[in-house]
Design a protein around this ligand. Structure first.
Ligand code: EPU
Length: 421
């Protein structure tokens, strides 16, 4: 397993080009299953999770070719309506196959995602929602099996918790239904808005209502060509790094509008930010101000930036409080940040961060994607050498992260697995 060696303490300055969104790409790759023919996606990031989703589509019988950041998915000859355990266990988003398979082929067998590095992450809303849309659905031997006689009838479903994944799955299931569907209390994340634009371009009939979405099923959808939105979490991660390390970074191709809440939080922490339509300049503060914040579904502060802002506040000039209201258990970065000298304690889903004067390099372990990003951010500020093991977690969701950080002055190198022995 590769590891990163960092030497902290340098200011970060320069320009970074933000890549395509991981969480924007994954659902539209699955949505390509809804139409015969070749879907073309531009600005696809090179990430492990994208490779896993490509393999899910290949198992189903789609042909997937990637050249540079352009992906072509030909879903003309799908013949195996299953997403197997081996793939779904490595990436929950493989579960996105469920909705499109039921919609177009009227049957699906998708493995339950199984355990996760943090928290319980159930799929009950996907299952209950699909049943409400008219699918026969049961869970047996670790697999969810869903079928319909002909087209899915369509129906109404109200989410009791806002779920990005279940909103995407039910949307993809309902676009080819016989009748109308109403989805109430749907997620409004930019990645969902992108999926809606994508499905509409395919020919889907989706109307935004006061409390959610109304979908009128159509008989057929056509394949489309579309550019993936930039990754707001990648942008937020670099903002956090510059906020802590100091210096001045410019983010190009930055989804500024989607980051409104994060911009507000970084400004409250003391950063100076100038943003235009798709570019953002952040100047780190001399001293990070303490904050009290909670994560929430969009447009709230994203849980996917919770670990990164915690790394920043570890060096705040007072005590900060962070509550994660989306995932009560997403705190595996806390003991690792403490190894670097942070003073963070947990009370249920709330972290109390007592700002310290300095962080010191240490050996730490990446435990999940965003936790690893927090360790990178802290390591780039810490005095001396930090070694982060298990960086495959970071490779799931950040493209060329060490190159991008080196480009703004960080000292970071990847030690390849083979050279470890
Ligand atoms: N939930 C349920 N039942 C369900 C589904 C979700 O109770 O059937 C609960 C979850 O336990 C959680 C809340 O609903 O408390 C929100 O979960 P959601 O379904 O929105 O999460 P997700 O779709 O599995 C996506 C992102 C995550 C991101 C969350 C929240 C993708 C591929 N994943 O996950 O991204 O944290 O939304 O915004 O889009 C990441 O990129 O690091 C990552 C984990």
């Amino acid at each position: 397993m590769d590891k990163f060696i960092l030497h902290g303490g340098r200011k970060l300055s320069g320009t970074i080009f933000i890549g395509g969104s991981k969480n924007g790409t994954l659902p539209v790759m699955a949505a390509a299953l809804l139409a015969k023919g070749v879907t073309t996606l531009l600005n696809v990031p090179h990430l492990m999770d994208i490779r896993t989703m490509s393999n899910v589509l290949r198992v189903i019988g789609a042909q997937v070719y990637g050249k540079g950041s352009t992906f072509k998915i030909d879903a003309s000859r799908c013949n195996h309506f299953e997403a197997p355990y081996d793939l779904v266990k490595t990436m929950r988003a493989s579960f996105y196959a469920l909705g499109p398979l039921v919609a177009r082929f009227h049957r699906a067998r998708v493995s339950l995602p199984g355990g996760c590095a943090w928290g319980p992450r159930p799929v009950d809303l996907h299952i209950k929602g699909l049943a409400a849309l008219g699918a026969d659905i049961r869970t047996e031997y670790g697999y969810v099996e869903a079928s319909t006689k002909g087209r899915l009838p369509g129906g109404s479903f109200e989410f009791d918790t806002v779920s990005v994944g279940a909103t995407a799955n039910l949307l993809m299931a309902s676009v080819l239904a016989k009748g109308k569907s109403r989805l109430i209390n749907t997620a409004q994340e930019p990645e969902i808005a992108f999926l809606i634009r994508f499905l509409r371009k395919m020919g889907a009939c989706i109307r935004e209502t006061r409390d959610g979405l109304e979908i009128t099923g159509v008989r057929e959808l056509r394949p489309v060509r579309m550019t993936v939105i930039p990754d707001r979490i990648e942008a937020g991660t670099f903002m956090a790094a510059a906020c802590l390390a100091g210096g001045r970074i410019t983010l190009k191709n930055c989804p500024v509008e989607d980051l409104a809440c994060a911009v507000d939080v970084f400004e409250k922490a003391g950063a100076r930010i100038h943003a235009s339509k798709d570019s953002l300049v952040l100047e780190g503060p001399g001293t990070v101000r303490p904050l009290e914040l909670s994560t929430a579904p969009y447009p709230g502060f994203p849980t996917d930036l919770q670990a990164q802002i915690m790394a920043v506040l570890a060096l705040g000039s007072g005590t900060s409080i962070i509550t994660d209201t989306v995932y009560s258990d997403r705190f595996t970065h806390v003991p690792e940040l403490n190894r670097l000298g942070a003073d963070i304690t947990l009370q249920n889903n709330t972290a109390v961060i007592r700002g310290v004067r300095e962080l010191r390099g240490a050996q730490v372990m990446a435990t999940d994607l965003r936790a690893s990003a927090a360790l990178l951010i802290a390591g780039l500020k810490a005095e001396g050498k930090t070694e982060i093991s298990r960086v495959y977690h970071i490779d799931r969701g950040y493209e060329k992260i060490e190159e991008k950080f080196r480009g703004i002055g960080a000292r970071i190198e990847r030690i390849k697995d083979e050279s470890l022995f």
